[in-house]
Design a protein. Structure first.
Length: 222
């Protein structure tokens, strides 16, 4: 990425990492305290980016959209799921960047979601303090997922022919991806924090607040 793009995105903060680490909850906590604008990568991916997918730029994303639930979660191995996920999220970051460039620069933006992968985000940073990545331990990941399922109706992957196997594949993918993210952060000099349940919500929020301090308003909103 060129210097001009990094400068244009210098007001963007990135919260990425593994699935089921509480990124969205923590983003809302920090945004509410400092009046940040939240950009949720998952929300835009599902509701807006589908209409902008291009066969040349986004082949993996289009293949995912056209696949059945069994083709998504049962037929691939866990390793293939990781590669497909990484490829789809990586190629989709261009749409994220296009969106972020269209936002006013007068307000700090917190871009959050698992699609904010460290190797994608690193080239658009002016400082490592603009990004932090959270990865779950297996136990923490399972606890978060169990709590979310308990709050919803039905079982996970009821629309596949083998929900238990699909859930196992998702778990294997999540944990393998978390390992890759942590290794990438180490190689790139970016901060990665393991979420293991030892921090309550205020403490986890304080961790993000400390990391992003140079970009936050001096006076909180509340």
């Amino acid at each position: 990425m060129d210097l001009g793009l990094r400068t244009a995105l210098a007001h963007i903060l990135w919260l990425g990492g593994g699935a089921r680490t509480g990124k969205t909850t923590l983003s809302r906590l920090l945004a509410g305290k400092y009046d940040l604008k939240i950009y949720n990568l998952d929300w835009h991916r599902v509701r807006e980016h589908r209409e902008r997918l291009d066969p040349v730029r986004h082949p993996f994303s289009l293949a995912w959209e056209r696949a059945t639930m069994d083709e998504r979660w049962l037929l691939p191995s866990a390793e293939e799921l990781v590669e497909r996920t990484v490829a789809s999220w990586t190629e989709g970051l261009g749409l994220v960047i296009e969106d972020l460039l269209g936002l006013p620069r007068s307000r700090v933006v917190l871009a959050e979601g698992p699609g904010a992968l460290p190797w994608c985000v690193a080239p658009v940073l002016t400082s490592p303090r603009q990004a932090i990545f959270l990865v779950p331990t297996p136990r923490f990941r399972d606890a978060v997922l169990s709590r979310r399922l308990a709050e919803s109706t039905g079982r996970a992957f009821d629309d596949t022919t083998d929900p238990e196997r699909a859930s196992a594949n998702l778990r294997a993918r999540d944990l393998a991806l978390a390992t890759r993210i942590a290794e990438s952060c180490d190689a790139l000099g970016l901060r990665c924090e393991e979420m293991n349940g030892s921090l309550d919500l205020p403490a986890a929020g304080a961790l993000l607040e400390e990391h992003f301090r140079p970009y936050l308003p001096e006076v909180p909103n509340v």
